[in-house]
Design a protein. Structure first.
Length: 354
């Protein structure tokens, strides 16, 4: 038995014991992703459960996160900060702190475009020397409705094989490095992997997946926020072996650059190629974003999943993965919450919270 499998087995025994002792009146939900896509999912999920954990990608190398990562050698804090902001409540305290940690300085100096929350998180990492303890403390300060964990405790780098990254050589496949570069490539992403190739998972993240009733993957930037979780071996093992039901939430529109021209079913095919052992239970998509329902159903069935179509979009603001919108769809928290709640009630085992 490999060391990784032994650790996973020990965690599984522990989480089953804890689950038997602490099982409450709400579903235990773990949401995986990064950026605005994960934020949309968390803003919805916190409305229907108080037992919520976000597991966040740590491969960002752009903007404030990239600068802090390069200067201090820390995990990129930006996606963790966004997840914490999404878990803030709708009361005055929650909304005030959400605005504060999202605030970016505007100056002509070194602080320009740094987010307050990024600096706070990094300061607490340096104080405690413990990523999880520091993030738990930030969540407590914010009154967050859930927990935020990094998927790995080491900074990761995203590499992609891209066809036509250089428009002058449209048929050439080359390696493109860096999440920010991959997200904006004008070429066609063929596959992605992480550097280092076998990164350790945060044990608390593995434990949360094994102990969950439901695991939600997506929406978000497909190659740079969603699929990276499947490239952390211990985390993938937990996703494959957990007794939780697995929901994949699709994007409302393809992301320019990264998934330009992708159909909903192609998103599933790409995910299946990166994690062929992973089965799903439900694929959630906005009904207006699926022009070919039959093809999506066929692709979902190959992953073991049923398709649920529901109106989850609103219009007039930025969509996930977009800096500005002007009429692009974005996930509506109330509509998405209703869709998740229906899925949790109607699919699979009837949980002890019902």
């Amino acid at each position: 038995m490999t060391g990784r499998n032994l650790r996973l087995r020990r965690l599984r025994r522990t989480t089953r014991t804890l689950s038997a002792r602490k099982r409450g009146a709400q579903p235990k939900v773990v949401a995986l992703g990064g950026g605005m896509g994960l934020s949309a999912s968390l803003a919805a999920l916190r409305r229907i459960t108080g037992d919520l954990t976000a597991v966040v990608t740590v491969a960002d190398d752009g903007g404030s996160s990239g600068r802090l990562r390069e200067e201090l050698g820390v995990l990129p804090p930006g996606d963790l900060r966004k997840a914490l902001a999404a878990l803030c409540g709708d009361d005055e305290w929650g909304q005030t702190w959400a605005r504060v940690i999202q605030h970016r300085f505007q100056s002509h100096g070194e602080l320009h475009e740094h987010a307050v929350g990024n600096l706070l998180i990094v300061a607490l990492w340096e104080q405690f020397g413990d990523h999880v303890q520091a993030l738990d403390l930030v969540g407590k300060l914010l009154g967050a409705h859930g927990r935020v964990l990094p998927m790995s405790a080491v900074p990761l780098e995203l590499e992609a094989l891209v066809r036509g990254h250089d428009p002058a050589r449209p048929d050439e496949v080359e390696t493109v490095r860096g999440q920010a570069t991959v997200a904006l490539t004008p070429g066609e992403v063929q596959s992605v992997h992480l550097v280092p190739h076998d990164p350790p998972a945060v044990p608390e993240a593995v434990e949360a997946v094994l102990d969950a009733d439901w695991v939600v993957l997506g929406p978000g930037s497909w190659f740079s926020s969603v699929i990276p979780h499947l490239l952390v071996p211990e985390l993938l093992d937990a996703l494959v072996e957990t007794k939780a039901r697995r929901v994949l939430s699709l994007n409302l529109v393809p992301q320019p650059g990264e998934t330009e021209g992708f159909s909903p079913q192609r998103h599933l095919e790409v995910l299946g190629r990166h994690a062929p052992k992973l089965a799903l239970d439900v694929v959630l998509a906005d009904e207006a974003a699926v022009p070919d329902r039959e093809s999506l159903v066929d692709a979902a069935e190959r992953l073991g999943a049923a398709v649920e179509l529901a109106p989850v979009a609103s219009y007039g603001g930025p969509s996930q993965g977009e800096a500005s919108g002007g009429g692009l769809p974005k996930h509506d928290p109330e509509l998405l919450a209703a869709a998740y709640d229906r899925i949790f009630r109607m699919h699979g085992r009837i949980g002890p919270w019902r």
